[in-house]
Design a protein around this ligand. Structure first.
Ligand code: UDX
Length: 464
């Protein structure tokens, strides 16, 4: 997943410039992919206090690790990665017997197995939750939801309100919970991982969140009842930019830092430069989400029928099923030539910052959501799993910065959503999102809340 990789590498670099000695432990596969598409190795080689280490994810190199075979990743994690990690920590290269023993682990929230290791060897453990706080809070409430019979539920009455997520009672519907809460998806191994996450994360020494206080204040109040030591250091991509601009002498290349798992394509730029300000819809469903061929055509018709220009990222592997070029209606081809640009992976932060972008049709991954907020771009949300369903509800109902079309994929709905975001409700959304962006900027500034929390995090790490 690109989102968590971005977060972890940015945190690592922020810790490095603050003088902390950092090891990034990544799977062999992700590490090799990063080396292929980025300059991470030379970028991090500037830090004498940094090292990369890798671990096997238990899958052969040519395994796709995505699409229909994505779930096999969890089996590899359980049978190969988890025992290898324990060995590294207890007696191997990170142990007290090694030259540079690890004193604090900062795992992704989904690695609950880190908890037992940290406790056994008595070192610090601070989880980094790269998903949204609003979704994390629903994860924490899952045991209560299951006990109360609110989860799982069947796919029929999805508009029923959920009662057992404190703070979200007025607006959280069944359809806004992660998809594994639905009966037809309940055997999904992600559910098991998230239930463990809900059990272990609150017991760690602390939790890092990729948010800023004003954005999630109403949720943080509840979260603190379970996790007293929370560090809100987000949006981490903005804190990163702010720290590198203000404090580091290494500014020359860092405005263009890339941690991309795909080759970045910039051929869109000359097209985008010719478009009218705030007129273009940017379409991307992140690094893991997929769509069927039928859904692809519904989106395509909706975008063309809206009459608005669009820039569409079609990640390799993001469409399930095949179609021939001659299946594409001539009208779609002609209209796309006139008003559209279809591309592969792009540098998304730069795209969202471009003055021609007026809306973002997104899968509501947390990083995409934060990047859109910080660039003041209202969203059309088409979420699929994990935190995305909750995020899109917050975008539409709580923050009023876009529309949520979840559980639908229909050309008429897509067309209306595009027109709403680009024209009809543009001022309303833009006003709310600019306010949030302003608060986000203040939070990552020198004395802002995210900066202060980051400084507090460094102090806590140093104490360990
Ligand atoms: C996954 C989950 O899907 C998401 O729900 C969770 O919040 C984080 O982990 P992912 O699919 O990677 O996320 O989405 P997201 O969190 O939005 O991150 C995508 C990242 O890829 C963003 O930082 C975005 O800037 C980047 N991106 C996306 C590109 O650089 N280029 C692209 O073309 C598309």
């Amino acid at each position: 997943m690109q989102g968590p990789v971005n977060c972890m590498l940015k945190l690592a670099e922020l810790l490095c410039i603050s003088g902390v000695t950092v090891t990034v432990l990544n799977t062999d596969h992700i590490y090799r992919t990063l080396l292929r598409h980025t300059d991470v190795l030379s970028r991090f080689s500037r830090y004498p206090n940094f090292r990369f280490q890798t671990i096997s994810d238990g899958l052969p190199d040519d395994h796709p690790r995505s699409g229909e075979r994505f779930l096999e990743v969890f089996e590899g994690m359980r049978t190969v990665m988890e025992p290898a990690f324990k060995e590294m920590m207890i007696s191997g290269c990170f142990s007290s017997r090694s030259d540079s023993p690890v004193t604090v682990i900062i795992p992704d929230g989904s690695f609950s197995f880190a908890f037992d290791v940290a406790r056994q060897i008595q070192i610090g453990l601070i989880y980094f939750e790269t998903v949204s706080p609003c979704a994390l809070w629903t994860y924490f409430c899952l045991p209560k939801l299951i006990a109360a019979g609110e989860v799982p539920f069947d796919g029929n009455e999805l508009d029923v309100l959920i009662k057992n997520v404190p703070g979200m009672e007025p607006f959280l519907r069944r359809r806004d919970l992660p998809s594994f809460c639905r009966l037809n998806d309940v055997a999904n191994p992600v559910a098991e991982i998230i239930l463990k996450e809900a059990q272990y994360v609150p017991r760690a020494h602390g939790v890092i969140l990729n948010t800023f206080h004003p954005l999630d204040a109403s949720i943080l109040v509840h979260m603190r009842t379970l996790c007293p030591d929370i560090y809100c250091i987000g949006p981490i991509h903005s804190l990163f930019k702010s720290r590198f601009t203000c404090e580091s002498k290494l500014t020359t290349t860092n405005s263009k830092v890339s941690n991309s798992l795909w080759e970045e394509n910039t051929s869109y730029l000359s097209w985008l430069d010719t478009q009218v300000t705030r007129s273009v819809v940017y379409v991307s469903i992140g690094s893991m989400a997929t769509m069927t061929v039928n859904q692809l055509f519904e989106f395509w018709h909706g975008l063309v029928n809206s009459g608005k220009p669009f820039l569409w990222v079609q990640r390799p592997g993001s469409v399930i099923g095949d179609y021939d070029d001659d299946q594409v209606p001539k009208r779609l081809v002609d209209e796309t030539r006139k008003r559209g640009f279809i591309t592969t992976w792009v540098p998304q932060e730069a795209v969202l910052a471009h003055s021609a972008i007026g809306g973002f049709l997104t899968h509501s991954g947390w990083n995409s959501t934060l990047e859109s907020i910080m660039e003041g771009v209202p969203m059309i949300c088409w979420p699929q799993n994990v935190d995305q369903q909750v995020n899109s509800r917050f975008v539409s109902e709580v923050w009023n910065i876009g529309v949520d079309i979840k559980d639908t994929c229909d050309r008429v709905i897509v067309e209306k959503a595009v027109k709403d975001v680009i024209d009809v409700r543009r001022n309303e959304f833009t006003e709310s999102i600019r306010m949030l962006a302003e608060l986000g900027c203040q939070s990552v500034a020198k004395d802002g809340s995210s900066s202060m929390d980051f400084n507090r995090l460094i102090k806590s790490i140093t104490l360990f």
